[in-house]
Design a protein around this ligand. Structure first.
Ligand SMILES: Nc1ncnc2c1ncn2[C@@H]1O[C@H](COP(=O)(O)OP(=O)(O)OP(=O)(O)O)[C@@H](O)[C@H]1O
Ligand SMILES: [Mg+2]
Length: 224
């Protein structure tokens, strides 16, 4: 498996209690690519993201992250992959309410063993990069839904992952907030060279993105 795919799924199958959710899904995400997976509620979008993010194992098939096969990794290796290489942002947003925005973003860095001063500096830098420095000392409960979502995505970027998996990033947001989230994803991709897989119900319309439709367990290319 020596191509430039950052993340790859090969013939992934998944069912729950005899109900087939994913049927022979293959997907390859290249460096700096934005992939949108569009599909109706209950079609398996979150399931696919959880499998790509090594949070769940497929029944058949395999996932490759940075050229490494998920099924050959130990639990610890998978956790390490999630901490350092795959940023996952699922719904609902799970910011820790007792910590400030800055401390929430520092948390994955702390888990990765980055010292106090260094992680504070990097968390602030990230916030300022996305023009959210003014929220640093706020608690999540005081943020708007759109702000929460953006902070949650930034937290997933804390350890500079190669790939970001984000589940319905614009769900429950008005047009303006949705546009801000899309802009954040674009910037992450363009400036930080992060690959993104985003699920959506309505197309995000990120320029240059590669879109698939998930339907009846199959992944169908839309614009390519
Ligand atoms: N742990 C589980 N146990 C049993 N069934 C599950 C489990 N996880 C998901 N499912 C089922 O698999 C199907 C796909 O669920 P999934 O959450 O992936 O859909 P989705 O596309 O993300 O939907 P939504 O847009 O509503 O978030 C659903 O029918 C769901 O009930
Ligand atoms: Mg879902």
């Amino acid at each position: 498996m020596k191509d430039r795919a950052v993340l790859k799924a090969l013939s992934v199958w998944k069912s729950y209690g005899g109900v087939l959710v994913l049927r022979d899904i293959s997907l390859s995400v290249g460096e700096g690519e934005i992939v949108e997976v569009k599909g109706r509620s209950g079609v398996g979008k979150t399931t696919l993201l959880r499998i790509l993010g090594l949070l769940e194992e497929p029944d058949r098939g395999d996932v490759w992250v940075l050229g490494r096969r998920a099924s050959s990794m130990s639990m610890e290796e998978r956790a390490e992959m999630r901490l350092r290489h795959i940023g996952v942002d699922l719904q609902p947003v799970t910011l820790i309410p007792t910590l400030t925005v800055l401390e929430n973003i520092e948390l994955p860095m702390a888990l990765a063993g980055i010292g106090r001063g260094e992680r504070r500096r990097r968390a602030l830098e990230l916030l300022e990069y996305f023009n959210l420095g003014s929220l640093a000392s706020r608690k999540p409960g005081t943020l708007s839904m759109g702000e929460r979502r953006r902070i949650s995505i930034i937290r997933a970027l804390a350890n500079n992952p190669e790939v970001l998996l984000v589940d319905e990033p614009t769900a429950n947001l008005d047009e303006d907030n949705a546009a801000l989230v899309v802009e954040l994803l674009r910037e992450a991709c363009r400036d930080r060279e992060i690959s993104v897989v985003a699920t959506t119900v309505e197309e995000l319309g990120i320029p240059g993105s590669i879109t698939y439709r998930l339907e009846k367990g199959a992944l169908i290319p839309v614009n390519h």
